[in-house]
Design a protein around this ligand. Sequence first.
Ligand code: GTP
Length: 341
Amino acid sequence: MKFVIEVIPYLCRMALKITPVTILTGFLGAGKTTFLNHIIKENPDTKFAIIENEFGQINIDSSLVINTDENIFELSNGCICCSVNGELSDLLNKLVTGPYEFDHLIIETTGIADPSAVAAVFMTDYNIQSVFKLDGVICLVDCVNVLDVLGVEEEASQQIAFADYIIYNKKDEADKDKIEEIKQKTTALNPFADFEFANYGKVETKKLLSLNAYDKATVRFKLGVPNSKGKEVVKIASESHHHDIVSQSFVFEQSFDLMKLRHYFTVMLMIQGAYFYRIKGIINIEGINRQLILQSVKGSPVFTDGDAWENDTKRETRLVFIGKNLRRDILEKGLRQCFYA
Ligand SMILES: Nc1nc2c(ncn2[C@@H]2O[C@H](COP(=O)(O)OP(=O)(O)OP(=O)(O)O)[C@@H](O)[C@H]2O)c(=O)[nH]1
C-alpha cells in the first residue's frame, strides 16, 4: 500500500516511464564488479542506478565501482535473495519516489545469491512491475574455478541455470580443453542462455542491456516456436542434466484446460516451488485464440496473454522447466492431467 501511495505521484511525473533492470549474478570473485565498471565506462550517456548487495556488514563492492556520478545504493549485512529481500522492495520504492534520475537499474547480487529470488520481485509485484521491467539476468562465470564449484556450491549452479546471458570470464586463464568442458557442463545446466567468453568482462554491452529476456517474443524464440515461415528457430532438447539440476522440455499437441492448468501450477509451485528455478512456456488453451505465456521464477506462476495463433502454425504447447531433481515422468503425468477433455 505504501508503495502505491508513494509511487502514483512518481508515475504521473514520469509519464509511465518503465525503467529496465539488469541483474548481475555469478559466483564469488567471478568478475561482477569488474564487468559493472566496464558497463559504466562503455555507456557514458546512460544514467545508471546501481544496487550493490554484499553479504558482510561492510559493503566493499560499492567502493570498487569506478568513480562516477551514478546513484549507488548499498544493501549490506545479508543476502538480497533472502534476508534483505524486503529491503530491496523498500529501496526500489525509495528509488522511484526520491530525487533520483536514471535510465537503467543494475543490481549486483552477492556471489552466493540465488538470482531467481531477486528476479521474482520484478515478476510478481504488480506495483514494482508498473515502474520497473526486468530486462535480463547476466551471469559471470569464472573460467578458473567454475569446474571446481559446480556440483559443490549449489548457488553457482543456480546462477548459471537461471541466467539469460552468460559471460565466461577470465578466459585467458583457461586452456582450450577446459573451455570446452566448461561449455559442455554449463550448457547442460542451461541450454537457453546466450553466451560469450571474455577477459575482465570486456564484451560489447549495448545488446546486453537490452536483452528483453522476459518479453513474449524472446520467450517464443527460446522455446523454438516456429516462426511465420514455419521454421523451427531453436531445437529444444527434451532433457539435460548437470548434477541434480535438470532442464526438462515438453512439446504437446493437445490443448490444455485453463482452469486445470492454473490450478496445477499454483498447487505444484506452492508445495514444491523451491525445486523450480525457472519455468517458461507458450501454452495452447482450448477455445482461446491467443497463446498463453507462462513465466515463473521462485515458485510464482505468472500467466499473460501472448500473440494470436497464426492460421498456418501448429498450436503446440512448449514448456521448459529448470530446477533441482525434476522428474520428467511426474511432470509429464501432471501436465497430461491438465489436457482439455
Ligand atoms: N585474471 C583475471 N582476473 C580478473 C578478470 N576479471 C576480473 N578479475 C579479477 O578478479 C578479482 C575479482 O573480481 P570482481 O570483479 O571483484 O569479482 P566479483 O564477482 O565482483 O567478486 P565478489 O563481489 O567478491 O563476488 C579482481 O581482482 C579482478 O581484478 C579476468 O578476466 N582475468
